[in-house]
Each structure stands twice: as C-alpha cells, then as structure tokens.
Design a protein around this ligand. Structure first.
Ligand SMILES: [Zn+2]
Length: 125
C-alpha cells in the first residue's frame, strides 16, 4: 500500500470515528470535528469518503436540517435483502422512520430485514 492508499484509509477511519454514535452529520460538520481533533484532511476528502461509505452501504444519507447528512448503517436499521441471492442494501432514514411509524400504529415492531428480489435476480427471473 502506498502513502496515498494509507492516507485514504486513515481518512475513512477518522470519518467513521466521527460518525460513530451520531444520528446524522453533514460533511461540513464532520470536517469541523476532524479539524478540531487535529486531523488534517480537507473537505473534498470528507465528501469522497462519505460517497464511498454510502456506496458500500456502510453509511447512508439522512436529512440534516436544510442539508444532507450521513449516518452509519447499524443493526437497528432495516435493510432490503434479496431472498434469492442474499444481497442487502440499507433503507434510507426517511423510509426507516415511515416504516417504524406505520408498524407502531399497527402494534408491530419492525424486523431488521425487508425481503424482496434485487434487480439482478428480477432480470434473471
Ligand atoms: Zn438477488
């Protein structure tokens, strides 16, 4: 791994540490926190890390005031899971909230997994 790869990994780790325990933070807020704790990464790197975490399903965008924040996906968050191949994708915060509210009105608690068929399996079916 080159110095470049190392910096990328360090930035991911730092962003993950900030997001840990947060209910949603904007890239700007994450960057401010990093700077306050003596990290030297720039806002562009924070955006890049967030896009990567989001693509990997590790974090997902949530509404954060008038802006968009990011929140770590956790076991408390329902995911969509394909019943055929098992691939999962996190549900957005808005969907999660709506689902939990609907379920609560019906006296249900929501399980962590909402099942269905992923795009690949739908194409193959
Ligand atoms: Zn599938």
């Amino acid at each position: 791994m080159g110095a470049r790869g190392f910096r990328r990994t360090a930035a991911s780790r730092a962003v993950l540490a900030v997001l840990q325990g947060s209910r949603g933070m904007t890239a700007r807020a994450i960057h401010d926190r990093l700077i306050a704790t003596g990290e030297t990464c720039d806002i562009v790197t924070v955006h890049r890390v967030l896009r990567r975490l989001s693509a990997a399903g590790v974090a997902y965008p949530v509404p954060c005031g008038s802006s968009v924040g990011y929140r770590l996906a956790g076991p408390q968050d329902p995911v969509l899971q394909c019943v055929r191949c098992g691939v999962t994708t996190p549900l957005s915060g808005a969907v999660t909230t709506a689902l939990a509210r609907e379920a609560d009105q019906a006296g249900f608690t929501v399980g962590p997994v909402v099942t269905g068929h992923c795009p690949d399996c739908r194409r193959r079916a």
